[in-house]
Write a new protein. Structure first.
Length: 176
C-alpha cells in the first residue's frame, strides 16, 4: 500500500513537471517569435513553433506568463523533481530578465549576468586581471600580428565565419 501511494505521488510529480516543462518550452518559443536571438535551436514538435509564430504573443504577456509559471512551480515546494523545478525556475528567471533587457530595462553587469546565465563575474578588476592574464598572454603569443589583442582575435575568428549564402552547403557537407 505504501508503494502504491509513492507511485501515485511520483506519477503526479512527473506529470506536473512535464506540464511545467512544456509550458516553459512554449514560452521560449513565444519569446523567440519576437526575439530570435533568445533561442539557439529547437528540435521539438514543429507545430509548437508554428503556433508560437501564429499567436505572436507580446513580450509583456510572455513575461507575465513566465512569472506566473515560476510562482506555480515555487508554490509546489520540495518534491521528487526538485532539481528539475529549480532548473525551470532559473530558466524562467532568465526569460523575465531577457524581456526586461529587450524592453529597455538596464541592470548592472553582475546582476544581468546572474539573472541571464546564473553566474557571478569576478568581484574586482584586479581579480579579473589576475584570472585572465595567463589566457591573454597565451592568446597574445598564439594570434598572428601585433597590436590590440581584441582586434587580432576578432580578425582571426572572422576567418572561420561561414557566409550565409554558403551555410546550408557547408552544414550539409559536415553532416555527410
Amino acid at each position: 500500500m505504501l508503494v502504491g501511494g509513492c507511485t501515485t505521488r511520483d506519477q503526479t510529480d512527473t506529470t506536473q513537471i512535464d506540464r511545467n516543462a512544456e509550458a516553459y518550452v512554449r514560452l521560449v518559443l513565444a519569446l523567440a517569435a519576437r526575439d530570435p536571438d533568445s533561442l539557439d535551436s529547437y528540435s521539438g514538435p514543429r507545430e509548437w513553433r508554428a503556433e508560437a509564430r501564429a499567436q505572436y504573443t507580446t513580450l509583456p504577456e510572455v513575461q507575465r506568463s513566465a512569472r506566473a509559471l515560476m510562482e506555480r512551480i515555487a508554490a509546489r515546494g520540495e518534491s521528487e523533481t526538485g532539481s528539475r523545478d529549480e532548473f525551470l525556475i532559473r530558466q524562467l528567471r532568465a526569460i523575465v530578465a531577457r524581456i526586461d533587457l529587450l524592453t529597455g530595462i538596464r541592470r548592472p553587469f553582475a546582476e544581468e549576468s546572474r539573472l541571464l546565465f546564473g553566474i557571478d563575474p569576478p568581484a574586482s578588476k584586479t581579480d579579473r586581471r589576475e584570472r585572465t592574464a595567463p589566457v591573454r598572454d597565451r592568446l597574445d603569443r598564439l594570434l598572428p600580428g601585433r597590436g590590440d589583442l581584441t582586434r587580432r582575435l576578432a580578425d582571426f575568428q572572422r576567418r572561420f565565419v561561414v557566409p550565409l549564402d554558403r551555410l546550408s552547403q557547408v552544414l550539409s557537407r559536415a553532416i555527410d
